[in-house]
Write a protein that binds this ligand. Structure first.
Ligand SMILES: Nc1ncnc2c1ncn2[C@@H]1O[C@H](COP(=O)(O)OP(=O)(O)OP(=O)(O)O)[C@@H](O)[C@H]1O
Length: 673
């Protein structure tokens, strides 16, 4: 573990903070007026610092974190935020920021190593990092976050067994750190964890901040005394206003100076008690509001005075803490490497240092001593950071990484795969034996119609609903990854769509072939392949329809109702349940956008054209030619090849609509300063 205690130092005069903000205010319109969520917040954070935002529930911690990370939506934001001394460029900032959300949104079917490697492959440029470099970087991060022993465990979740809560959080952090960011932001990293896991996450976060010279900002609810001691700086918020921002070591003396001596063994509880409005009675509310206002005013005055206070001892709350809020990172890293040989600081690791920030800006290495102010970034260096980040990887390589990930997830989704296989097997057995060995009597006309209609149904309903469910279940991860600018939407869409093809087409082609031959549809090579093509195009259409539905509908349960109802409506226009030529004119157009109509029409024409049937004296009505059947059902409007082409175009139309909906749905709508 990294111990603090290197030479105390103050920033060089040329040093600039990673992020600085002044006079931030954030308001939202609510019923009956405006709600002031943040008011007049200023501060800064330097490399290597671990800063905690604390306050009672509703104080504005998450909002402030989101504002600083450029992740706030809606409302009105005012003030000034600078990244490395200059106005933020959203594109550059997004790439330099590692944002770990409160919920660990990851794909449950992937292993720890696969999750980290995918992140590295997508976010590190191939021009600077070979696959081996990326794998080494992942191994380093796993070692630093104590994840190596579970690298082959699945993430789990959604009812599947997986890694523990603390391990999940560390994987979330690792997935962000493989990119070598400049700033790490964590929203409630201890939430939902037991105290020892929470302490481990914070301790490792601190270690990583030091080793990588990262500035790290976390919101935290009720940390233990040990956790508080890990933070270099505290930002204390009450009702959206600043009550304190400064060194952790100075916080207790600061409040003591104001007449509030420490009354708890855990300073976090003491701070929270001071800042919480007590709603127990009107008297208590007034008293606590007055206290909070006094603290807010006192901090304004404290800042105006220059924020000076006698520096406290390095021993506080019985725990060793950073002597000051700035640290000598390089020497610390070297100390660590010498002692354990396990923690390799990316910022100074000669093997993985390709493109690392230390190298990019030419900061000093671990071999140099503290006085060289390794943690500081000068104006010249900041310019290098702010220059446009290297271009993303090529479309093909990005799509290949995403396809591999989606493919792994799809084939590991046992309920999806087993469901598809089971329904194909069941449908094949039932259809084959209900319509077994069709002959050429009049009953076989009806049975052929039944077989062909069932074939169109089984290529739609049982495909659309499960595929739509899988797409929708990945939406939260998509939102997170899109917000982090991990990949293009076009590669995501292409990979996701392609990953379904093999798992859907293979069982369906087997099912179709089985039904075709067992029921004895026309045994002609050309007819078989035309029918197969019609079904393949229908499956393409069904997948496109599933994508469109998954983008249109937000909630899974609504999608599970709307998709079958839409398909059932389309079914009415397929040309089987109603005669295609006699549909009410005002609704007739629906058959032209209906995925069933052309497939069914194509299958019926392909099968019946050229067939002859025998009529017996007992038949009330008789079709002697297959063409008569096609004509009677009104399915000869469009020739077979026309049906194939139109259905293909319809399928493409669904994909195009789904793609633009995806871009719109997943588009981050953050307001920016
Ligand atoms: N978009 C919004 N519209 C209306 N109110 C909002 C909005 N965003 C935040 N708030 C309100 O602002 C206050 C601060 O919210 P925030 O989530 O930042 O608090 P917090 O300190 O993180 O609380 P907690 O610890 O409970 O998560 C809350 O009262 C919240 O209800």
């Amino acid at each position: 573990m990294v111990q603090s205690g290197c030479t105390t130092r103050v920033p060089s005069t040329d040093a600039i903070p990673i992020l600085s903000w002044s006079n931030l205010s954030y308001n939202v319109k609510v019923k009956g007026g405006t709600r002031h969520i943040l008011q007049d917040i200023s501060g800064s954070i330097y490399p290597g610092e671990l800063v905690a935002i604390m306050g009672s529930s509703g104080a504005g911690k998450t909002t402030l974190l989101n504002v600083l990370a450029g992740r706030v939506q809606g409302g009105r934001l005012e003030g000034n935020i600078k990244f490395l001394g200059a106005p933020r460029n959203p594109h550059t900032f997004k790439r330099m920021l590692a944002f770990v959300e409160q919920d660990d949104l990851m794909h449950s079917a992937l292993t720890v190593e696969e999750t980290l490697l995918t992140s590295a492959q997508l976010r590190l440029p191939n021009t600077a990092y070979s696959l081996q470099d990326k794998q080494e970087r992942v191994s380093t991060v796993m070692r630093q976050l104590r994840l190596s022993h579970i690298k082959d465990s699945r993430i789990g979740g959604d009812g599947e067994r997986g890694v523990s809560g603390g391990e999940r959080k560390r994987v979330s952090i690792g997935a962000e750190l493989v990119t070598d960011p400049t700033m790490l932001v964590l929203d409630e990293p201890s939430s939902g964890l037991d105290s020892s896991s929470a302490e481990m996450v914070i301790a490792l976060t601190k270690e990583m901040s030091r080793q990588r010279n990262l500035c790290t900002l976390v919101t935290i609810h009720q940390p233990s005394a040990e956790m508080v001691a890990q933070f270099d700086k505290l930002i204390l918020l009450a009702q959206g206003k600043l009550v304190y921002m400064g060194a952790t070591t100075q916080a207790v003396p600061y409040f003591e100076q104001l007449g509030y001596p420490l009354t708890h063994s855990n300073p976090a509880n003491f701070f929270i008690d001071l800042m919480t409005i007590d709603f127990a009675s009107s008297e208590a509310t007034q008293k606590s509001e007055e206290r909070v206002q006094l603290l807010v005013d006192a901090f304004v005055e404290f800042r105006q005075r220059g924020g000076s206070l006698q520096l406290a001892s390095s021993k506080m709350f019985g725990v060793e803490v950073g002597v000051n809020n700035r640290h000598c990172v390089a020497a610390q890293v070297q100390e660590d490497n010498d002692s354990s040989n396990t923690s390799i600081a990316a910022a100074s690791d000669p093997s993985s240092g390709k493109g690392s920030h230390a190298e990019k800006v030419g900061t000093t290495t671990a071999l140099e001593h503290c006085e060289q102010i390794v943690g500081d970034i000068t104006h010249e260096e900041a310019y290098l950071f702010q220059s446009e980040p290297p271009p993303m990887n090529s479309w093909i390589s990005e799509a290949a990484v995403l396809f591999k990930r989606d493919w792994i997830m799809t084939i590991r989704s046992s309920s999806f795969i087993n469901g598809l296989l089971t329904q194909c097997l069941v449908m094949m057995l039932f259809n084959s034996f209900v319509f077994f060995q069709l002959g050429n009597n009049q009953a076989s006309v009806q049975n052929r119609i039944g077989t062909l209609f069932t074939l169109t149904l089984v290529a739609t309903f049982p495909v659309v609903v499960p595929v739509m469910t899988v797409i929708m279940s990945g939406r939260n991860v998509l939102r997170r990854e899109r917000a982090g600018g991990m990949y293009r939407m076009s590669t995501y869409f292409a990979a996701r769509a392609l990953s379904f093809f093999p798992v859907v087409y293979i069982p369906y082609i087997i099912m179709f072939t089985g039904i075709y031959f067992i029921t004895h549809l026309q045994y002609e090579v050309e007819k078989f392949f035309i029918a197969l093509l019609v079904i393949a195009v229908l499956l393409f259409c069904s997948l496109g329809f599933a994508f469109t539905m998954a983008m249109i509908v937000r909630r899974m349960e609504v999608a599970h109702t709307i998709a079958p109802v839409s398909l059932a409506t389309f079914m009415l226009f397929a040309g089987n349940l109603s005669n295609a030529t006699s549909i009410t004119p005002v609704l007739r157009w629906i058959k032209y956008v209906c995925l069933f109509y052309y497939s069914y029409s194509g299958l019926v024409q392909n099968e019946f054209n050229g067939l002859e049937f025998v009529c017996s004296s007992s038949d009330a009505s008789c079709y002697s030619l297959g063409e008569d059947v096609v004509n009677a059902y009104g399915l000869d409007e469009v020739p077979i090849w026309g049906c194939v082409v139109i259905n293909l175009a319809l399928g493409l139309g669904f994909y195009i609509i789904a793609y633009f909906l995806l871009r719109w749905v997943a588009k981050p709508r953050f307001i920016w300063l």
